[in-house]
Design a binder for this molecule. Structure first.
Ligand SMILES: O=P(O)(O)OC[C@H](O)CO
Length: 417
């Protein structure tokens, strides 16, 4: 049938569909524009937030290794810088964000000095994550081996899945014996203004993090730049490492979370800066609450990404109706990517509970089965809870109708956030 022969009814339906689609996209664009504009206006106010209670620094033994829990950036960075300064053999550093500020410079200087004195230094950082940092900041000593994850990747046209993903990891491994992992990127804001959590593993269990770094490095580096294999200490460790590696097409962190949530019998405490779960994770959490598990999820009251906040808020009614406790962290940005379950199981890593982390980016999480560490993680969660507002269903349902419009308009974008 030619266009001129199209029936009036068909023409009407076609126009209605096109207008609805244009209207929806327009509403979404207007919502995003409004939220981003409002966010820019209130940014200054967020910069003068009141700060946060510091949960402290804890040391525990897990099997034959020492595990330190850091919850304040300046303490962590000082410890990392001391390790780099004392390194005698090698330093492997990977970071999603590496700012050109005071602390960023300290790390750059420390690894350059290590390289100068003959330490084998390997660095991985993300091109996209540091687009706003001038390239000239990254002046490495000529012996430092560097891989900058490229922003543009021609291989995307050949092997789109394997060539995708940013490195969202934050890792430091020193002398094959000390390894750091957690939410801290490198930058001065994170040193004092953000609440985050990092682990330091000293001893044989650090191997798993070394191996995670080596796996990525040895895939991207030239043959002459490969890092030699080091044998693992033991099979039956209570410390497991899960690495999302698009280059291998594996994303095990999501599976780790699903298994642990399904296994929970008593309580689940999760901290995440960005909470935009897929259906299966959301369903697992709601089912856990339904069988009597005390599920508590902590997110920032206002994070540094307004769209992520609104993407997250779209889940609040469902969660609150299911009885899940929502804790909104006040006065500072909480960026910890941690969970602890039943006083036994804990994870600390780089993955957020969102699709970018669980199904797209390079990530790494430690999973640790240990009562003492779980007790520490619960203590940290308790201190953070004391600085959080517990949201109620009544309060949330009384929010401004425009908020509901924002949540609904952003719902289709959740997979991208
Ligand atoms: O991507 P993350 O979780 O490391 O968070 C980084 C901040 O969002 C920087 O804007």
């Amino acid at each position: 049938m030619s266009a001129s022969e199209t029936s009036p009814l068909r023409q009407f339906i076609r126009k209605a569909v096109v207008r609805t689609a244009v209207g929806l996209v327009g509403a979404q664009a207007a919502t995003i524009g409004g939220l981003v504009g409002y966010d820019a206006l209130t940014k200054k106010q967020r910069k003068t937030r009141s700060g946060f209670p510091k949960p402290g620094h804890y040391g525990t033994d897990v099997a034959n290794s020492d595990v330190d829990v850091f919850t304040f950036g300046a303490d962590l960075y000082d410890d990392m810088l001391t390790q780099i300064a004392n390194a005698t053999h090698n330093v492997f550093l990977e970071s999603f964000i590496w700012k050109d500020d005071e602390y960023g410079q300290k790390f750059l200087d420390a690894i350059n000095r290590a390289s100068e004195r003959g330490v084998d230094v390997r660095v991985v950082y993300d091109g996209f994550g540091n687009l706003v940092v001038p390239n000239k900041f990254y002046r490495f000593h000529h012996d430092v081996h560097v891989y900058r994850f490229p922003v543009f990747r021609p291989r995307l046209f050949i092997t789109p899945l394997r060539a995708s993903g940013l490195t969202h990891r934050k890792l430091l491994i020193v002398d094959d014996n000390v390894a750091y992992i957690g939410g801290y990127n490198l930058g001065s804001t994170y040193a004092t203004e953000w609440r985050d959590t990092h682990l330091k593993v000293t001893g044989p269990d650090s191997w798993v993090l070394r191996q995670s770094f080596v796996t990525v490095w040895n895939t991207v580096a030239a043959r002459e730049d490969q890092i030699p294999r080091m044998d693992p200490p033991e099979w039956d460790s209570r410390v497991r490492c899960w690495s999302n590696l698009p280059m291998r097409r594996v994303y095990p962190i999501r599976g780790m979370y699903l298994q642990a949530i399904d296994r929970a019998k008593d309580h689940i405490y999760i901290s995440t800066p960005y909470f935009i779960p897929d259906h299966q994770i959301l369903d697992a959490l709601i089912r856990a609450q339904g069988r009597g598990v005390d599920v508590r999820i902590m997110v920032p009251m206002d994070s540094n990404h307004v769209l992520a906040d609104w993407g997250s808020r779209g889940f609040y009614v469902t969660m609150l109706k299911a009885g899940v406790t929502l804790l909104l962290y006040k006065g500072a940005m909480i960026h910890a990517k941690t969970a602890t379950i039943d006083g036994v199981w804990s994870t600390v890593g780089t993955a957020n509970i969102d699709r970018l982390s669980l199904s797209f980016n390079y990530e790494v999480n430690l999973e640790i089965i240990d009562n003492d560490l779980a007790a520490v993680m619960e203590r940290v969660f308790e201190v953070d809870s004391s600085n959080s507002h517990r949201l109620t269903l009544d309060e949330w349902q009384a929010r401004h109708p425009l908020a509901w419009v924002g949540e609904t308009a952003l719902a289709p974008l959740r997979p991208l956030l």
